[in-house]
Design a protein around this ligand. Structure first.
Ligand SMILES: Nc1ncnc2c1ncn2[C@@H]1O[C@H](COP(=O)(O)OP(=O)(O)OP(=O)(O)O)[C@@H](O)[C@H]1O
Ligand SMILES: [Mg+2]
Length: 266
């Protein structure tokens, strides 16, 4: 049964989508079956995997409000074992339309229950808000990855996010765990980056992933080619950082499957 991990931070541009796409691609290359759920009306995960959002006629929106079956709209990506439940701009309206539905916080959970048995991991890319879509993601998830950008005010807003997580644990999803805080866009040349790393580690200690994602131009270029960094430039620092994150998460979750590719290398 797939473990569902939400990737959330209401702060914009901290690396949620980059993490969803590249962590998913890394896990898929390590031969795990992965579904990305694009829960953001910006649909950046969908376009970042090479799909033209204008051509997405049926999206997660219809699953949430019209009870369309997710298996009918899931798309296979260019990478074997990596699928996506796409978003479309319609999703903007979903938050308002869902407000009047019974069990409005559990809509995504019900959608995921229909497909998660087909996957080892389901990664939910959240929008930069703590609105109903993000509440649905956290209610339907087993854990949450919180990307934190290595820049000024890195900790700003984290209190509010952690408070939301606590409320969801108390009322909607008692099993929700923090998978880890992920430091992103680390710049070796900046002293500030190191200060942020120290500060975040001081606050959250072992909850911070050992793997740090460095600032890397290939990570920002790859989406415009509709590819994860692994397909765009497999040797790039960004691709390697996300492969390391995938390995750290597998280790943490004691996933013992030894992928063929790794067996050959050993
Ligand atoms: N490690 C990195 N190195 C270089 N550029 C990065 C890195 N991570 C993310 N970026 C770039 O920073 C921008 C924001 O990243 P991303 O879209 O992943 O953030 P987000 O949290 O999903 O944003 P939003 O809140 O709008 O959904 C993008 O242009 C992305 O390509
Ligand atoms: Mg995003």
């Amino acid at each position: 049964m797939g473990k569902t991990i939400a990737i959330a931070n209401q702060k914009g541009g901290v690396g949620k989508t980059t993490t969803a796409i590249n962590l998913a691609a890394s896990l898929a290359v390590l031969e795990f079956k992965i579904l990305i759920v694009d829960a953001d009306p910006q649909a950046n995960s969908t376009s970042g995997l090479g799909f033209d959002v204008r051509n997405i006629k049926t999206s997660i929106y219809e699953c949430l409000v019209d009870e369309v079956k997710p298996e009918d709209i899931i798309l296979n990506s260019e990478i074997d074992g990596l699928d996506i439940l796409p978003a479309s701009i319609d999703l903007v309206g979903a938050e308002i339309e869902m407000l009047n539905l019974p069990d409005r916080e559990y809509k995504l959970k019900r959608v995921l229950e229909m497909v998660k048995h087909n996957y080892d991991f389901v990664l939910v890319d959240c929008s930069p808000s703590l609105g109903l879509l993000t509440v649905n993601a956290l209610t339907g998830a087993d854990s949450v990855i919180i990307p934190v950008q290595c820049e000024y005010f890195a900790l700003e807003g984290l209190g509010k996010l952690l408070n939301t997580i606590k409320i969801i644990q108390n009322r909607l999803n008692p099993d929700l765990e923090v998978e880890g805080f992920l430091l992103t866009m680390y710049d070796t040349r900046l002293r500030l980056s190191n200060q942020v790393v120290d500060e975040v580690r001081k606050h959250f200690q072992e909850m911070v992933f050992e793997t740090i994602i460095q600032r890397n131009i290939k990570l920002s270029e790859a989406p415009s080619f509709g590819k994860p960094a692994l397909l765009y430039d497999a040797n790039s620092r960004g691709a390697v950082n996300y492969l390391n994150l995938a390995r750290e998460i597998l280790q943490k979750n004691e996933k013992t499957k030894i992928p063929e590719a790794e067996k050959i290398i050993q």
